[in-house]
Design a protein around this ligand. Sequence first.
Ligand code: BV8
Ligand code: ZN
Length: 247
Amino acid sequence: MKQGTEQVAAQALEHVKQAATAAQPILFLTGAGMSAASGVPTFRDALTGLWAKYNPTELATPEAFAANPKLVWDWYMMRKSMVENAEPNEGHRVLAAVQNHFPAMQLVTQNVDNLHQRAGSRNVIELHGNITRIRCSRCGTPAATFVEQQDEPPRCACGHFLRPDVVWFGESLPEDALQQAERAAASCALVISIGTSGIVYPAAGLPQLARQAGAVHIEVNVEPTALSSQADYFVQDSAASFLQRLS
Ligand code: BV8
Ligand code: ZN
């Protein structure tokens, strides 16, 4: 692993350009740091005010929703309106443009903020769901509209509570999304992880899966993470700044 320096950044960018020009498959894996420039707090920062005293990994669970459905529902509605009022940043826009030029590029995101899609990225593989989608917690029926209740989350016609269409801790990832992501990792020549702390599995295992299949791993983050020791290049830079140099 090479320390993050300007020289490493230049080498990493050169690597990306060579792979893209050779039309080699490139996998981008993004985390919450991708949306920092849009003003969307990372997962661990999302706890302010009422929820400040909770641990996010405890609040984002089926147990928390069962124990305190209204508290968890309100936390998600606050975050949902936050992301809907945020704008995609330059990094999101560059990734969407890169995909238009290089169809061999795949985008896997851990983010639930829908900002890649709003920036124009297509076929986004959403590992952890999407906070702007609401569905029934029992029958799964999507709910485009709902009426807020005083003391509990809104209910589906089947009588059960609505919930955000995200993957909670302890819940399995959507089968098709995980399989697509694992296939993309196993077949790419280059995996670029951007703005992820590499803590949450199985998403955090994708760069290693790619490296085992022979890919080069470039990590872009403002600080070293759990992935840095295994990365071929660690570029200490912000997502937006690194991606702008790609365009
Ligand atoms: C599962 C939706 C089967 C909800 C989220 C194997 C080993 C160890 C643990 C496990 C394992 N397998 C399963 C587990 C348990 C668990 C897990 O991984 N726990 C962790 C805490 C150890 N995983 C699961 O439960 C998964 N399910 O595997 O099912 C199973 C079932 C039961 C038991 C075993 C197996 C489900 C995981 C999905 C959880 N849902 N999101 C919601 O959003 O409310 S994950 C959530 O946290 C976010 O979506 C995000 O993906 C993740 C991390 O959040 P953040 O910290 O905010 O973001 P990130 O980590 O990306 O960090 C931000 C980074 O950006 C930082 O590094 C920072 O430096 C950097 N940064 C900041 N600014 C910038 C920047 N970088 C660049 N530019 C900048 N400007
Ligand atoms: Zn229902």
